[in-house]
Design a protein around this ligand. Structure first.
Ligand code: NDP
Ligand code: 2IT
Length: 443
């Protein structure tokens, strides 16, 4: 049995029922087999055994009182997975589906994503099974204050710096920051994604969606092509999806769809970004409202958008949203490129299908690294107590995404598997972390 397969057996034995974490760690380990073969010293140092075990894991009670005076209790998490190359860094997710397996898979993926950014950030992730839908502003604030009242003990600007993710946007970050400051009496960059008036970075809101499009553009340019004139299908209508729509349009593409967990909207004339922002950012409404504003649009309840013919597909909603049948449908309809805006949106079977059918596949840890990259730039602006302009940050983001693409493409070639960007991203992300762990001894 190979070293990698031994570790997979260990993981399966010791993380029963954690299906998302097992999916992410198994896929990662299998893909870096050639890297492990080239580095026998890792096995002697039990490097993988250490890598798959979070450095620290916090689970805590989050009690709060709703508007009717009823006491509610949720379960909070923070996983400090790996600090080899910098302080733990990664978002917080508030969604009813959050459990230990989900936060562990997200934190594990974050290790390699953060490494690929080339910035000095380790990896963490956290969240809560709290459902922000239908909650009043007052309830969200009280929930965030209770969450931070436990979390503040384990985070810090040089220790662990959380940010947003699903269900956590600038409003929640504001409440979390306010409570951290109140408890600790410290005004520091302990969270990223902050509002501009209290230490946030310009272009952080746009960063993940824009970064995804910069990544896709770099990839297409390397093939003497571009996004101009391409039909793009996008899922989700949250932070990542909105700014992917905006930048894809700016690059001359036509975005045909957006979605939420209730269904998708297809606009044959291209999604109108102003209407989208009005519905999702201002009114926080459901996506079906879009068809009330635009006559060319249709709404498909209970469906995902992968049966709409396109050149490029960008899943930007959630994990495991492209299944094998969706992959077959995309392929049949002429899709040439899939890049992941969400974390782990494509199942392993669907990824294999894309690779076997010569569809270019850009994995999340590379394609959606723009958000955490600008978070790292926000940390450096905070510690210098200065701020950069939108244009400066946006230009840095574009360079980072281009570099990520070229680095992972080179890494794939180095392991004799040109075009396998899954191998490229995992290998390049892993090698930097592995090198730092080897240098720091058995810790
Ligand atoms: P938001 O909360 O802003 O939006 C999430 C979107 O995805 C909504 O449209 C939501 O629909 C949909 N969605 C969420 N859960 C599900 C589900 N279980 N099934 C179907 N649709 C779902 O989150 P973000 O846009 O920030 O995040 C989207 C993805 O991108 C996530 O995978 C996240 O981890 C990843 N990501 C985010 C980054 C960031 O900077 N924000 C950075 C890198 C990755 P509904 O309203 O119906 O729930
Ligand atoms: O998945 C991700 O990379 C994020 N949610 C962003 C993390 C961050 O620290 O900005």
């Amino acid at each position: 049995m190979s070293y990698g397969e031994k570790i997979i057996s260990y993981l399966e034995e010791n993380n029963r029922g954690q299906s998302e974490f097992l999916q992410a760690s198994r896929s990662f380990i299998r893909s870096i087999e050639p890297v492990l073969n080239a580095h026998p010293e890792y096995q002697n140092a039990a490097l993988l055994e250490r890598l798959v075990e979070p450095e620290r894991l916090y689970v805590f009670r989050v009690p709060w009182v709703d508007d009717r005076g009823k006491v509610r209790v949720n379960r909070g998490y923070r996983i400090q997975f790996n600090s080899a190359i910098g302080p733990y860094k990664g978002g917080l997710r508030f969604h009813p589906s959050v459990n230990l397996s989900v936060v562990k898979f997200l934190a594990f993926e974050q290790i390699f994503k953060n490494s690929l950014t080339s910035l000095p950030i380790g990896a963490g992730k956290g969240g809560c099974n709290f459902n922000p839908k239908g909650k009043s502003d007052n309830e969200i604030m009280h929930f965030c204050q209770s969450f931070m009242t436990s979390l503040y003990r384990v985070i810090g600007e040089d220790t662990d710096v959380p940010a947003g993710d699903v269900g956590v946007g600038s409003k929640e970050i504001g409440y979390l920051f306010g409570q951290y400051k109140r408890i600790t009496n410290k005004y520091v960059g302990v969270l990223t994604g902050k509002g501009l008036s209290y230490g946030g970075s310009l272009a952080r809101t746009e960063a993940t969606g824009y970064g995804l499009i910069y990544f896709v553009q770099a990839l297409l340019e390397s093939m003497d092509s571009s996004l101009h004139g391409k039909n793009v299908v996008i899922s989700g209508s949250g932070n990542v999806a909105i700014y992917a729509v905006e930048k894809a349009f700016e690059m001359g593409a036509k975005v045909l769809t957006v979605s939420d967990s209730s269904g998708f909207v297809y606009d044959k004339d291209g999604i109108d970004i102003e209407i989208l922002k009005e519905i999702k950012e201002k009114k926080r409404d459901r996506i079906y409202e879009y068809v009330n504003h635009k006559k060319t649009a249709e709404y498909f309840p209970g469906q995902r958008p992968w049966n709409i013919p396109c050149d490029v597909a960008l899943p930007c909603a959630t994990q495991n949203e492209i299944l094998i049948d969706d992959a077959k449908e995309l392929c049949k309809n002429g899709c040439i490129l899939v890049a992941e805006g969400a974390n782990m949106p494509t199942t392993p079977e669907a990824i294999k299908y894309f690779q076997n059918n010569k569809i270019i596949f850009g994995p999340a840890k590379a394609a959606n690294a723009g958000g955490v990259s600008v978070s790292a730039l926000e940390m450096s602006q905070n510690s210098q107590r200065m701020s950069k302009s939108f244009v400066q940050v946006d230009k840095l983001l574009e360079n980072i995404m281009e570099n990520i693409y070229y680095n992972i493409a080179d890494a794939a070639e180095e392991y004799n598997d040109k075009g396998n960007l899954v191998l490229g991203a995992n290998a390049a992300g892993f090698l930097k972390v592995a090198d730092a762990m080897m240098a720091q001894g058995v810790v």
